[in-house]
Design a protein around this ligand. Structure first.
Ligand SMILES: [Zn+2]
Length: 239
């Protein structure tokens, strides 16, 4: 039995990602499943999503508002509790101590037992021609550092502790990584919710009338674990 074989039943989940839609692409089926099993789910979105449009008539200000609303709607479909936007400029996310501190504050507020974020070691996949967005990698790295050791350590950011943000140890990290995984969640029963959540991101995917590519992706992720539909993660149970 490996350290990662037991099924997760989190009570509080915090998803942390760069853009509105990132968590839904990588983990919406898992999030819906956690909610159905009684978890309280929060999202922290680090950038404002202001660059994600090819539409020549779209302004950044319009896009920010649109994507905030799309993310709120998607999380509502999944049954999540709330979403917080830090609104750093899209495409320019840097791994700074200030960003880590903002994430630590969120972790110490929400006090999750599971944090879901992007795997910062996923830089590219030559087979599928994917280069992982630098904001995704920055979000993942800053979150890993915030989970361990910064949120845990009492002497880190003493001003946060003085303001009531007590240290917190997160038990498990689920890292979204589209090229490898050591843990797969069965989303056969929650795929419909994932599809509906993805439909909310109209500015990113257009009108998704058929689950097509989304379902193929879930089928390929689930197959390694014997599930009809799945989502794969690198899971770390933090010592
Ligand atoms: Zn993204």
């Amino acid at each position: 039995m490996t350290r990662t074989s037991s099924e997760l039943k989190p009570k509080i989940v915090l998803g942390i990602a760069a853009h509105p839609d990132d968590l839904d692409v990588g983990a919406a089926g898992t999030i819906a499943k956690f909610v159905e099993e009684g978890a309280e789910v929060h999202y922290l979105i680090l950038t404002d999503g202001s660059k994600g449009s090819d539409d020549p008539s779209m302004t950044s200000a319009q896009l920010i508002e649109l994507r905030h609303n799309e993310q709120r709607e998607a999380l509502q479909v999944l049954g999540g509790k709330d979403v917080t936007f830090l609104d750093h400029p899209d495409g320019e996310l840097e791994i700074t101590l200030d960003l880590k501190k903002e994430i630590v504050k969120a972790i110490r507020t929400v006090r999750p037992d599971v944090v879901i974020t992007m795997d910062p070691t996923f830089i590219y996949d030559a087979n599928s021609g994917i280069i992982n967005h630098p904001d995704h990698r920055a979000a993942g790295q800053a979150t890993l550092d915030a989970v361990f050791p910064l949120a845990r350590d009492r002497l880190t950011f003493p001003d946060l502790e003085a303001s009531g943000f007590e240290p917190h140890k997160t038990a498990t990290l689920l890292l979204i990584n589209f090229s490898r995984s050591n843990y797969t969640v069965d989303i056969s029963d929650t795929f419909e919710k994932k599809f509906k959540a993805m439909q909310a991101h109209l500015s990113q995917f257009g009108e998704l009338t058929e689950p097509g590519w989304l379902k193929e992706f879930a089928a390929s992720q689930g197959s390694s674990a014997g599930y009809e539909l799945g989502e794969g993660f690198m899971r770390i149970d933090v010592r």
